[in-house]
Write a protein that binds this ligand. Structure first.
Ligand code: GLC
Length: 639
């Protein structure tokens, strides 16, 4: 990096490299306090501080010039990711574009849809064979050779940066593949790397832990420990048997992962999706999820990046119940300092629950009482579908609050989305049925779960139209809610379930592949002019994102308040921005609904325009009319 400050009049007093010291000074306490709490008994805090600082200095020194410039831009504008024009797209590199180089060619497509954030699904070198969709990483320093090289990744991220798109990459930090060099060294008996994992000579302690642990994959990988023949030890494996949980009680693990994160940031990743973070810390007698230490680790990682790669933000993948979710965006002493994004899985679950039941009361209740209106330096990642299954995280208390039985409602949702329920429009499938509890999760693409698959199969145009409306209402919901809406690859053209995975022995055992079809480019390329569902969806999504981008009341830092109107078929919320307030109304049924304007705080005689249709909403006496599965964004400007 040339020292450009030399010609500057401030040169005598300020050097570009001073930035590192200034940033360290700003972050040191927020970084070292949690680290000292976590590791003081394993490493002298002064030594840990020196090692962390040296690592950050080394990675900052290696940071490319254009990324350092981005760092400066974001020092000046730290709320950059909260812009209402940020909208995300999530894809598998191979299934979207064949290779890293192929992704670069698709940048214009992403731009035409209004995308400003691109999540490359796991693309670091996975173990051979079944790799849990790439979530069993063998080498964090290499891109999967099937997709390209790290240089190819650098090239495509540089192109995205120029196009105003922020690349996001998965960082799997709860576990490595059992073929990772650290695991190989542990297996070979290296005492340093044995401390990287959680290993047990016999089953005594594992069995004690099992008393309170849950199972993530009860069908395909029951239990949480795996016997390793070579090592003659039990290994903690929360997910599949080939995914070895890292031992985050070891400060060396923290340092090793931090180094990897900064390397990825230096390769152009602007958003790090921290995978399965809830599981990182284990405590006997608990379910070993969401332990307070997890938030200390996340804060330390985030603060460290703010010194050596400040353009980077973190997204926590913690698919947990409403009570446990909020701390991932900052609670108590961690406010403003942990992750900048977290998946709003409750919003996703509530959307599907409302569609199936045709009622919004549970949704309004849950989204109102469990979540703050806004966060400091953080916001939601909103989504309707992703590559994973849907877990019906609805608590007994919440169900009871609206007169439902929790277990019965969860059972209803599973049946409904597996297509077993009389009159269901959905075509999905059960996932990981837990024989003991009777609980099951659900697989299926957005379009198939929302009714498009059955409608097209039966040639039922009315049903297809309803499915299109459901899907667009979902897109509007996540775009208007607050946070970055994430569109899962193919959902913008209504891609349906793909059963091709059943022919591939490495995938056949995991039903989640059903919602991971390869991109249908033929359809996508014709979507602009297509009159069928795919075209209507594509243009609808693009329109929603374009309208959103123009409305500053939809910024991520504007509060998101649920309106408790008492109407049980409309979900209503308000976004009170500085210059305008948007009242959003979503109809979760296939029938027209009406609501008195004053119940959503509006005056029937001076109703604002609906931004999505560009027209005034329909009116019946003192009531606003909301069409079947309609979404209204009523924007009242303050002047
Ligand atoms: C995350 C991923 C999921 C994976 C798991 C284990 O939940 O989204 O696909 O199976 O982590 O890495």
């Amino acid at each position: 990096m040339p020292d450009t400050s030399r010609e500057h009049p401030m040169a005598k007093t300020f050097k570009f490299t001073d930035l590192f010291d200034l940033r360290w000074k700003r972050a040191e306490a927020d970084l070292m306090t949690p680290l000292t709490r976590l590791y003081a008994d394993r490493m002298d805090p002064a030594e840990l501080r020196d090692r962390v600082r040296a690592l950050l200095a080394e990675k900052w020194a290696a940071r490319p010039a254009d990324l350092r410039r981005l760092d400066l831009e974001r020092d000046i504008q730290p709320d950059w990711f909260q812009s209402q024009s940020m909208a995300g797209y999530v894809f598998y590199v191979d299934r979207f574009a064949g290779s890293m180089a192929g992704v670069a060619k698709r940048i214009p497509y992403l731009q035409s849809l209004g995308i400003r954030y691109a999540h490359f699904m796991p693309c670091l070198q996975p173990r051979p064979g079944d790799s849990d969709g790439g979530y069993a990483v063998m080498d964090y320093g290499q891109i999967d050779p099937e997709l390209g090289s790290m240089d190819d990744f650098r090239a495509v991220t540089a192109k995205m940066r120029k196009a105003g798109i922020s690349p996001c990459i998965d960082m799997v930090l709860n576990h490595t593949a059992k073929e990772h060099a650290w695991a190989e060294a542990a297996r070979a008996g290296d005492p340093f790397y044995r401390e990287f994992y959680r290993l047990y000579d016999d089953a005594t302690i594992p069995l004690q832990f099992e008393e309170t642990l849950l199972e993530v994959f009860p069908e395909q990988a029951p239990g949480n420990f795996t016997w390793d023949e070579g090592m003659q030890k039990w290994v903690w494996t929360t997910f599949n048997t080939f995914q070895w949980d890292l031992n985050w009680e070891n400060p060396e693990v923290f340092l090793a992962i931090l180094g990897i994160i900064l390397d990825l940031a230096n390769s152009g990743a602007e958003v790090l999706r921290l995978d399965a973070v809830a599981f990182m810390w284990k405590r006997m007698g608990t379910v070993c999820q969401n332990e307070p230490e997890v938030h200390d680790i996340l804060q330390a990682l985030n603060q460290a990046a703010s010194v050596a790669a400040p353009a980077t933000i973190f997204k926590a993948e913690a698919i947990v119940g409403p009570h446990q979710l909020v701390p991932y965006l900052g609670a108590g002493r961690h406010v403003g300092k942990v992750s900048n994004l977290a998946y709003h899985n409750s919003l996703m679950v509530q959307f599907w629950s409302a569609l199936a039941s045709g009622k919004s009361d549970l949704m309004s209740h849950v989204l109102d009482i469990h979540f703050p209106d806004s966060f400091v330096n953080a916001e939601w990642a909103t989504y309707i579908r992703c590559h994973d299954d849907i877990g019906w995280a609805i608590t007994e208390d919440d169900a009871e609050a609206v007169g439902l039985d929790g277990a019965a409602h969860r059972r209803f949702l599973t049946d409904f989305y597996a297509g077993r329920y009389e009159g269901s429009f959905a075509r999905g499938a059960d996932f990981q049925v837990n024989e003991e509890t009777g609980d099951a999760r659900t697989n299926g693409t957005f379009a198939s779960l929302a009714g498009l698959e059955i409608a097209l199969e039966t040639g039922d145009e009315v049903a297809a139209e309803l499915a299109v409306k459901r899907i667009l209402m979902g897109h509007a919901l996540i775009a208007g809610f607050g946070g970055i809406p994430l569109i899962y690859m193919g959902d913008e053209i209504g891609m349906r379930n793909d059963h091709g995975y059943l022919d591939d022995p490495d995938r056949a055992g995991d039903g989640r592949w059903m919602q991971r079809p390869a991109m249908d480019w033929m359809t996508a390329e014709q979507a602009e002019t297509d009159d069928g569902p795919a075209g209507r969806l594509w243009r609808g999504v693009r329109h929603i994102l374009a309208v959103r981008a123009e409305c500053d009341a939809l910024r991520g830092d504007v509060p998101s308040r649920v309106l408790r109107t008492g109407h049980d078929k409309l979900f209503c919320m308000t976004r009170p921005g500085p210059d305008a307030t948007v009242t959003a109304i979503y109809n979760v049924t296939d029938a027209e609904q009406q609501i008195e304007a004053d119940r959503v705080g509006l005056n029937i005689d001076a109703l604002p325009r609906d931004m999505l249709s560009g027209a005034l909403p329909g009116v019946e006496e003192d009531r606003i009319v909301v069409p079947p599965y309609g979404a209204l964004w009523l924007e009242a400007r303050e002047w």
